[in-house]
Design a protein around this ligand. Structure first.
Ligand SMILES: [Zn+2]
Length: 426
């Protein structure tokens, strides 16, 4: 449907009159009188439509991406959203695109970039996203140190509900512009209409190329977390008011920012990341509940967070620097979210105490990347340590796992009741 515009600059060469006879010259001149204004008009129109998009650049991760497009002149752009898949459409006057292929490689939130001519004098640039998003900023700026203009688009991961709202509020003219495609699909309107159900997201740590830790006997952390995660999901599904989701249900690799993005997409009320790491002190054992903090509670927590935050790099996926945006509102939300995370962590430890073996000081904290969603209360649970033989035995024991998932589910249910009561207050 979309194609690249061929490089076809206007070349208005005059015919070679002087090789013809007198009559031919007269006829040609007469023709020229008629031709010239047309040519001039055509040339003006063509110059008007001529816009060159010179370069395309993307940076960021699954939570936040910045796109910068360089133009030779000021672009008049119009944008709208499309669903299934989630897309940002940028309409431009007729544009020559000079992007190099490499710069269009999927990155962060953006899974595909397409562009081309869609009608006479109209070109379009389409960004496909991994999931629902918000356009935080779209501006066209005059370059300071060079000629031309740049368009800067900041896209942040959002929730299904927010995206459905944004689609619904798009003007009718947008819908007319794109026919049926711009309309809200039944799936999207369902999202818009349905009331939110309390949602827990279970995040089995690691997966795919990232095996996580490995015990001396060869047990892989990614397998332990997945089977435990599935058992916890099944246990939580017994509570009919609780909606349970998982970041992964099979042996797939997920970047840390993708896990956080998924939590935000579903407006998750509680995010539980599951791990079973190894530590250098082989006698350290017992379940540990981690929450987010700038400063680590102790050396074990610090080392654990450093290792976990390296899992993208260990899997050969370079971490990408997201553009820094200082948002005081985000910090405020985070404070409230954080107090809920602490509340759940306390409740979880109480629920495990006396039933499941805990480490000394079982509530610890450090700067885990996977716990950074500003609006999703999040904890990371080390269900045991694969560096300890006794813990490994328990992690492989079905009866112990049954007890552990029951105690975690019990804490979730108590937390759900608390949140419901808090929300019911005026
Ligand atoms: Zn881990």
């Amino acid at each position: 449907m979309f194609f690249k515009i061929s490089d076809n600059p206007f070349t208005g060469r005059l015919p070679d009159f002087f090789s013809y006879g007198q009559n031919a010259i007269t006829m040609a001149l007469a023709a020229l009188v008629v031709m010239l204004p047309l040519r001039a008009e055509a040339a003006t129109q063509n110059n008007k439509a001529e816009l060159a998009a010179l370069t395309f650049r993307m940076a960021g991760d699954e939570l936040r991406s910045r796109i910068v497009v360089m133009f030779d002149a000021e672009p008049k752009a119009e944008t709208h959203l499309l669903a299934l898949p989630h897309r940002l459409v940028i309409d431009l006057p007729e544009t020559n695109f000079g992007f190099d292929k490499e710069s269009l490689e999927p990155r962060g939130l953006i899974t595909e970039v397409r562009y081309g001519l869609i009608a006479q004098n109209r070109s379009r640039l389409i960004l496909n996203a991994k999931g629902p998003f918000k356009v935080e900023k779209l501006e066209v700026l005059k370059n300071e140190s060079s000629s031309g203009y740049r368009m800067v688009v900041d896209i942040v991961a959002g929730s299904d509900r927010e995206f459905a709202q944004a689609l619904a509020s798009q003007t009718k003219s947008d819908a007319a512009l794109d026919g049926e495609e711009a309309g809200i699909s039944p799936g999207i309107s369902d999202t818009l209409g349905s009331s939110h159900q309390f949602t827990v997201m279970i995040d089995p740590g690691h997966g795919g190329i990232d095996s996580g830790a490995e015990s001396a006997a060869g047990t892989l952390e990614k397998n332990v977390t997945l089977s435990f995660g599935r058992e916890l999901r099944d246990e939580l599904m017994k509570y009919k008011d609780i909606n349970v989701l998982m970041t992964r249900e099979d042996d797939t690799f997920l970047r840390l920012s993708e896990r956080v993005r998924l939590a935000r997409q579903h407006e998750t009320d509680l995010f539980i990341s599951l791990h079973a790491d190894t530590i250098s002190h082989k006698d350290i054992r017992g379940a540990t509940v981690y929450t987010l903090s700038d400063k680590a509670s102790d050396d074990v927590a610090k080392a654990m967070a450093e290792r976990e935050n390296n899992s993208d790099a260990n899997a050969g996926v370079a971490s990408e620097e997201a553009p820094v945006v200082h948002d005081i509102l985000m910090e405020l939300t985070q404070r409230e979210t954080h107090s809920f995370s602490l509340n759940f962590a306390d409740g979880l430890i109480k629920s495990l105490q006396g039933e499941v073996n805990l480490i000394n000081n079982p509530h610890r904290f450090a700067g885990f990347q996977v716990l950074r969603a500003p609006d999703v209360p999040s904890v990371l649970v080390e269900i045991g340590y694969l560096s300890n033989k006794d813990d490994e035995k328990l992690l492989k024991d079905a009866a112990w796992r049954k007890l552990a998932v029951e105690r975690i589910a019990h804490a979730v249910a108590k937390y759900y009741t608390l949140r419901n009561n808090v929300q019911a207050l005026p």
